[in-house]
Design a protein around this ligand. Structure first.
Ligand code: HMG
Ligand code: MG
Length: 312
């Protein structure tokens, strides 16, 4: 190790560059008990961008009663829009959410579907197919307005009510999301139960059904400490978009067993150790998560944040 950074030893089996899709400000903060002031969220996003993250999911234009933490979506988006060289995706659950996002000039939209009926009901108050029917015109309009559209798919591996999720359910909803025009998909392990063999197996099943790896990102929560191993399995399969949350913030308010996402610092430590380019300044990112932990009043769960911030 030199200067708090890992010694790069590349692995020729892996991609040379990975796009980190930062979700800390949205997935990370949506579940906080105390309200985080809009100015703090805005500073968080600005600092993430300054640390080299080029895709920083900002907020969700959802119903404020369903996710009170993100009720300031308009005010926040206005404070961060236009950061040079940074894409700022926002979640929209329906036409109302899309209207709100487009009115502020959002250029990156994400809809969020579920592979299971239980979570579709809990998270969107709809069946899986009802939610897809809501998304269809939303995606069409977002594309017509020139936006990039991501389709999240939750509960791809296990579901707290239904247990292990059959790959066929995941394949079916992925196909629908791509057919309606999503540019990319993000495969969510919402409650963090997946293990690497399951990840490789699902990616293979998706490929067999004609869904190309270059349309897929991965979104691992770290409940059982598997997020980094699962990411490595996905990278070995050719995935180059990985979702992560600075400092490991997070959880989903509608899936009680979900903890934070894979911590961006833990991901960056591994990727830089493998000689994989991310464009991220790990020192600046760690300082940002230490600062955010102070705002939230509790330490970051990220092992890398803790190791780097306790070095001196
Ligand atoms: P609903 O109660 O069925 O809503 O909720 P509705 O369509 O019946 O509308 C009821 C009222 O809400 C109406 O107002 C609408 O206008 C209003 P009224 O006419 O009664 O005055 N409304 C809205 N207001 C503001 N913004 C909107 C909006 N939509 C309706 N967008 C709804 C359905 C989808 C709205 C609700 O279930 C919801 O907002 N859900 C969001 C849940 C959420 O954000 N979950 C977390 C994100 S997903 C996640 O974390 C997983 C992920 O990280 C991947 C992974 O880990 O797996 C992405
Ligand atoms: Mg999530």
């Amino acid at each position: 190790m030199t200067d708090g950074l890992p010694m790069p030893v590349p692995d020729p089996q892996l991609p040379t560059r990975v796009r980190i899709y930062e979700v800390g400000a949205r997935d990370g903060l949506q579940n906080e008990k105390e309200t985080v002031p809009t100015e703090v969220k805005a500073e968080f996003i600005h600092r993430l961008a300054a640390a080299g993250l080029t895709t920083v999911e900002a907020t969700s234009f959802v119903h404020p009663k369903w996710v009170p933490q993100l009720a300031d979506a308009e005010a926040l988006f206005t404070q961060v829009a236009g950061i040079e060289g940074v894409r700022l995706p926002v979640l929209v659950p329906n036409a109302r959410g899309l209207d709100r996002a487009l009115a502020l000039g959002a250029r990156d939209i994400a809809v969020f579907a579920s592979a299971t009926e239980s979570f579709a009901k809990a998270n969107l108050n709809r069946t899986v197919d009802e939610a897809l029917a809501v998304f269809e015109p939303v995606v069409a309009r977002a594309k017509a307005e020139g936006a990039q559209v991501r389709g999240y798919l939750s509960m791809c591996f296990g579901d707290p009510w239904e247990g292990p999720v059959p790959a066929a359910q995941v394949v079916r909803v992925c196909r629908r999301l791509l057919d309606m025009g999503c540019d990319e998909l993000s495969l969510g392990d919402t409650i963090g139960v997946a293990t690497p063999g399951q990840v490789a197996s699902l990616l293979t099943d998706l490929n067999t059904e004609g869904i190309r790896t270059d349309r897929l990102g991965v979104h691992f929560h770290d409940t059982y400490g598997q997020a980094l191993s699962n990411t490595l399995a996905a990278l070995r399969h050719g995935v180059t978009t990985v979702d992560a949350s600075a400092g490991g913030l997070g959880g989903c308010p509608y899936a009680k067993s979900a903890t934070g996402n894979l911590a961006t610092e833990d991901l960056v430590w591994m990727l830089h150790g493998l000689g994989i380019d991310t464009g991220v300044d790990l020192t600046a990112l760690t300082a940002t998560s230490v600062w955010m932990a102070e705002q939230l009043g509790r330490p970051s769960p990220s092992r890398t944040v803790r190791a780097l911030s306790h070095k001196e």
